[in-house]
Design a protein around this ligand. Structure first.
Ligand code: TMP
Length: 216
């Protein structure tokens, strides 16, 4: 399937949402459900995240933690470079899905369109990310930024984007983006992320378990 001339990447699931929305928790809960499901049906699956643990991802993490200062446009380019490596590098996402693996990823293109869109305008992240494929399923964890900020208060230090004003813009931008992609028939599941984590995991599983790769 193609959306605006961009191909969908089959067997590729991405979690998106503002900081504190629970993408990492839900990715790990989904991984466990797939592992259990796999006792009956052996599919290979791989869970991953962006920014990655690769060379470029490490530089990005330093900037996020305020250990080094990087211009916002340079950062947009680094996120895209890290993604390109993640997709096409050795044992990358494309290689894995082509081998029939299921890949689950914490953040992807929408994160750049949202966060870097706020930081440096829509054009640059759109250009930088225009060639990357669209996941078969994007799970958007939608949360009131006030709740997310409250959750993040337990963290020992906050990263560059983890403050209320920015997170309010993040939510608005995600919601607009989701509407546009949904109208173009992209596979998107929006979840109220203020709910109990188990309930969210159940809701996610009810959709993911229907994907062709997981059905017998
Ligand atoms: P994390 O908190 O989910 O590990 O993500 C790290 C931060 O990086 C989070 O604030 C979102 C941000 N980010 C971007 O700004 N652009 C991107 O393309 C990605 C993948 C993450």
């Amino acid at each position: 399937m193609e959306i605006n001339g961009i191909k969908t990447i089959p067997n590729f699931i991405v979690f998106e949402g503002g900081d504190g929305s629970g993408t990492t928790t839900q990715l790990s809960m989904l991984s466990n459900r797939i592992k259990n499901h796999n006792q009956q049906k052996k599919i290979k699956f791989f869970s991953t995240f962006e920014p990655t643990e690769g060379h470029i991802g490490k530089i990005i993490r330093q900037a996020l933690k305020k250990e080094i200062s990087i211009d916002s446009k340079t950062l947009a380019m680094l996120f895209a470079a890290d993604r390109n490596e993640h997709l096409y590098g050795l044992e990358g996402i494309i290689c894995r899905v082509n081998k029939g693996e299921l890949v689950i990823c914490d953040r992807y293109v929408f994160s750049s369109l949202v966060y870097q869109g706020i930081e440096c305008g829509d054009e640059l992240p759109q250009i930088l990310n225009s060639g990357f494929g669209i996941p078969e399923l994007t799970i958007f964890l939608d949360i009131d930024p006030n709740i997310a900020i409250e959750r993040m208060k337990e963290r020992s230090s906050l990263e560059i984007y983890e403050y209320l004003d920015f997170q309010e813009k993040v939510r608005e931008k995600y919601r607009n983006l989701i509407k546009i992609y949904q109208n173009q028939k992209a596979g998107i599941l929006t979840i109220d992320a203020s709910k109990n984590v188990e309930k969210i995991a159940d809701q996610i599983w009810s959709v993911v378990s229907q994907m062709p790769i997981l059905k017998v």
